[in-house]
Design a protein around this ligand. Sequence first.
Ligand SMILES: *Cc1c(COP(=O)(O)O)cnc(C)c1O
Length: 381
Amino acid sequence: MRFSTRAIHAGQPPDPTTGAIMTPVYLTSTYVQEAPGKHKGYDYSRTANPTRHALEANLAALEGARFGLSFASGCAAANTVMNLLKSGDHVVSGNDVYGGTYRLFTKVFQQYGVQFTFVDTTDLAKVEAAFRPTTRAIWIETPSNPLLRITDLKRAAELAHAHKALCVVDNTFATPYLQQPISLGADIVLHSATKYLGGHSDVVGGALLLDDEETKKRLAFFQNAVGAVPGPLDCWLVMRGTKTLAVRMDRHCANARHIAQWLSEHGDVARVNYPGLAKHPGHAIAKAQMRDFGGMISFDLRGTLEQSVKFVCATRVFSLAESLGGVESLIEHPASMTHASIPREERLANGLTDGLIRISAGIEDVEDLIEDLERGFAAMG
Ligand SMILES: *Cc1c(COP(=O)(O)O)cnc(C)c1O
C-alpha cells in the first residue's frame, strides 16, 4: 500500500468486538488475567496498551520500518536511544541539533561518562574525522534547526556502518512523508510527534522506528523500565494527526516554497535558508533524498536584534511561539527564544545571527501569510 493509504489504515483495523471504525482509546491501567500470566497479550499499560500499539504499528508503517515504539515526548524517545550506551562510549552529533537534544547529551548523559563530539554533519569529512574507536552512534538532523542544513543520509549511514556505529536520524522536520531515512541506511529514526505527526499543536509525544529486532528488544526494555510512555489519549491524537499527514505536508510545503521565494526577492532579507531554493547549498541532496522540502524556513534580516524582535511581534497570523509543525503558522526569533541558551559567540560562529527569524509555515491561505510578513517588515522602522 502507498503512503496515504497506510497513514489511514496501518495498525488500525476496525475494532473486532464492536466494529468501531476508529481505534478505541483504551483508558485502562491493567488487564484481567484468566490465570497468573495467562492473558490476551496485555498485563499492565506501562508495558503495553492497545491504543499505543496501534500508533506504534502506524508510525512503523509510515517510516517503512519493522518496529515502532512510542514515548511521552521526543526527548523521552531520545533518552531511550541514549540508554543503549554506556560510560566511555562516544557519539558524533550534529552541531545544530534540537536544543533539548543538546541539553540531554551535555547535561544528562555527559555526567554518566558518555562522550560527544559536535560537528557540522553536512561536511562528511568532519564527521569521518570525529570518529574514535569508542564511537557507538552518529546523530543527525536533516533538515537541521534553525538553519535548514542538509546532510547526505546515505553517505552518513555508510560512514557510521564502516565504523560499526549506529546511524540515528531525527526525522522530525521532514516527516516520513518527505524523507525515509531507514531506506537510506539509517538504523534508528526518531520523531517528536509533537510537531508534524500530531500536527495540531495539541499533544506532546515521541517515537522510535527501526528494523533490527535485537535493538528493538533493548529499546522496548528501556521503554518499560524507564517508563516515559504516552497515555492512550495522546496516542489516539497522534494517530488522528497521521491520517492527514500527507495532505497537510503538501500544503505546508507549497506555502513554504511560495514564502521562501518571496522572501528571497525582498530587499530587507540578507539570506533565506530553505532547501527548496536552487541556491541553497544542500538543494541537490535534499532533492535526491526528500519528496519535497518541508514547511520550515529561516531567514536573516538586514537589521539589528531589536528590529528582528519588532518584526516577530508585529505579525498577527503568524503567532509568536516556539515549536513547529502545526496547522497554524508560527514565527520565532532563535537568538532570544529557542537558542537563547547558547552563548552569543558560539551562536554567531554557527551562523545563528541576531537577525535570524524562523517560521513554521502553516496551512492557511498563503496570501494572508505574505501580507502578515509585510506587517513584520513595516514594523522594523
Ligand atoms: C521538538 C523536537 C524534539 C523534542 O521533542 P519533544 O516532543 O518536544 O520532547 C526533538 N527533535 C526535534 C527536531 C524537535 O523539533
